[in-house]
Design a protein around this ligand. Structure first.
Ligand code: NOJ
Length: 537
């Protein structure tokens, strides 16, 4: 008998960026009680798990990814009681809660770093990565920060540099020191004992760096835009020793029931697969971000899906992501009309989907006037802010058409401006419209939940005989239910499709416009511009 799939193998993950979801106290910043007020909405989306970006005490130099205390709650977001109440309420609704774990670096305000920087002989000195200056007094090597400039900052008091691959206030922990990982494993146990269902682990593939601090070679394929990409990061990323750390993290999770970790990893498929672990003893899932990075073209996506399917070790749980708080929104990247096709793809491919908040509405990147830019890489590098800045995808959730879109009270000033289109693109308006993006999203997720073929079935590539159309079949593996053909028109033009070998007539179960219904003969038919169809075979 096949084993029943676990929640994270068949469910949908929904990412909340807490600063931007719902502000309950009118300080312009979203918070935990705010999220609690929105559980009805979350439940109405047929999602299974909520992932919260960091809610820990933090000076917010990187909006919470600079953690000053791993076992506390930032007062901006509420109290530990608020967290416990939220967790209990989420569980009472049959949902799971995943939190962000940020093990690679702390805030410079974390007590560990305060000790570490206090003197060269402090017992915690080597919990962080310190290095003498180069002979000319400059940084020890050529490693760069993702956010611009060198990855090293000089500490005058002790005469050494410390490593940080993000903002200067995010010193990197040294996992070559024997006490650091045990401390992080204790942090994991603290939250698991509270009952959280898992972790999204920040930059897990960066956790250990070259022991010899070798310079990184130039990147011959650099496009000249973001200076970070001018080097090949072979000594700061994806080091072989990282896998042992991850296995120890996984062992902590395995001592509990059905908890999971999903690792943030941007790597090509062959290298990504190693993060499942040789015995499925590392990440339950390494995030698959390739839909975010891919050129949005049917044959390209087809090739990407097929190569992912081919690279997955037998028995591994696949996953797909359309967007997150570091990437321009999908509706901006591919266009508002095509965003429905993108969501139909996300929710019908084989594997656990992750939806970024607001994607269920088709939210687009907000316009951030230069004076309002807050994201550190954009602040540090104004000349490329429009390309690398992450504020646009972090604008407040659009709940209704009132001032501040129902995110904050009307007199508050949201931490980022609400996107211009909030009067029409919002939850309240889309709830009323039977064919809205929101109701389309709900129909899709309901279908995915109801149909074994869609949440655990097999995937089979199909030739649609049209380069603008992606076609595949999802079949229920144990004969327990219906099988579906998915057809997606990646273009803004009508497309002729001709699929002969799948029988003659099928029935439309769901269309992206929520209007096209009825029977369809597969021999020769037309897909409308930006149209996707789920057909029952
Ligand atoms: C990845 C996170 O997703 C991003 O938002 C953050 O800035 C860096 N890691 C540093 O923690």
């Amino acid at each position: 008998m096949t084993q029943q799939p676990l929640w994270w193998q068949k469910g949908i993950i929904y990412q909340i960026y807490p600063r931007s979801y719902q502000d309950s106290n009118n300080d312009g910043i979203g918070d935990l009680p705010g999220i609690r007020q929105r559980l009805d909405h979350l439940q109405s989306l047929n999602i299974d798990a909520i992932w919260l970006s960091p809610i820990y005490p933090s000076p917010m130099h990187d909006f919470g990814y600079d953690v000053a205390d791993y076992v506390g709650i930032n007062p901006l977001f509420g109290t530990m009681d608020d967290f416990d109440t939220l967790l209990a309420d989420v569980h009472a609704r049959g949902l799971k809660l995943i939190i962000d774990l940020v093990p690679n670096h702390t805030s410079d305000e974390h007590a560990w770093f305060q000790e570490s920087r206090s003197s060269r002989d402090n017992p915690k000195r080597d919990w962080y990565i310190w290095h003498d200056p180069a002979p000319d007094g400059g940084p020890p090597n050529n490693w760069r920060s993702f956010f611009g400039g060198p990855a090293w900052t000089f500490d005058k008091a002790t005469g050494q540099y410390y490593l940080h691959q993000f903002v200067t206030q995010q010193p990197e922990l040294n996992y070559r020191h024997p006490d650091v990982l045990p401390a992080m494993l204790d942090v994991m146990r603290f939250w698991l004992d509270k009952g959280v269902d898992g972790f999204r682990v920040d930059v897990i593939w960066l956790m250990i760096k070259d022991a010899q601090f070798r310079n990184e070679p130039p990147n011959p394929d650099w496009d000249g835009v973001d200076p970070f990409n001018s080097h090949r990061h072979i000594y700061t990323q994806n080091m072989p020793e990282v896998h042992d750390l991850i296995r120890q993290m996984r062992a902590v999770l395995d001592a509990y029931d059905e908890r999971m970790m999903v690792g943030e990893i941007y790597l090509p498929y062959d290298e990504l697969m190693a993060y499942y672990g040789p015995n499925f003893d590392e990440c339950h899932m390494p995030f698959n971000f390739h839909l975010i990075q891919a050129k949005w073209q049917a044959q390209n996506i087809r090739q990407l899906v097929n190569s992912y399917e081919a690279a997955l070790p037998a028995g591994a749980t696949p996953n797909w992501v359309l967007g997150n708080h570091d990437q321009h929104r999908i509706a901006t990247r591919v266009g508002v009309d095509q965003a429905r096709v993108a969501n139909m793809l996300l929710l019908t491919l084989r594997g656990t989907p992750t939806t970024y908040y607001g994607e269920e509405l088709g939210m687009v990147d907000g316009h951030i006037p230069p004076a309002f830019i807050q994201d550190p890489p954009a602040v540090n590098q104004p000349e490329i802010a429009h390309i690398i800045g992450r504020d646009p995808e972090r604008t407040p959730m659009q709940w209704d058409g009132s001032v501040n879109a129902g995110f904050s009270g009307e007199t508050a000033v949201p931490w980022l401006p609400v996107a211009d289109n909030y009067k029409t693109i919002n939850v309240a308006a889309q709830n009323e419209d039977l064919t809205s993006m929101l109701n389309f999203y709900r129909a899709l997720t309901q279908l995915r939940r109801d149909e074994p073929a869609l949440h655990v079935g097999s995937y089979q590539d199909v030739e649609a005989n049209n380069e603008n159309v992606l076609a595949y079949v999802r079949e229920s593996v144990e004969g327990n239910g219906r099988s579906f053909l998915i057809l997606l028109n990646f273009s803004g033009e009508p497309q002729q499709v001709n699929i002969k070998d799948l029988g003659t007539t099928t029935r439309i179960i769901l269309a992206t416009d929520m209007q096209r219904t009825g029977e369809l003969a597969l021999a020769n038919f037309t897909l409308a511009p930006n149209q996707g169809l789920i057909l029952q075979l």
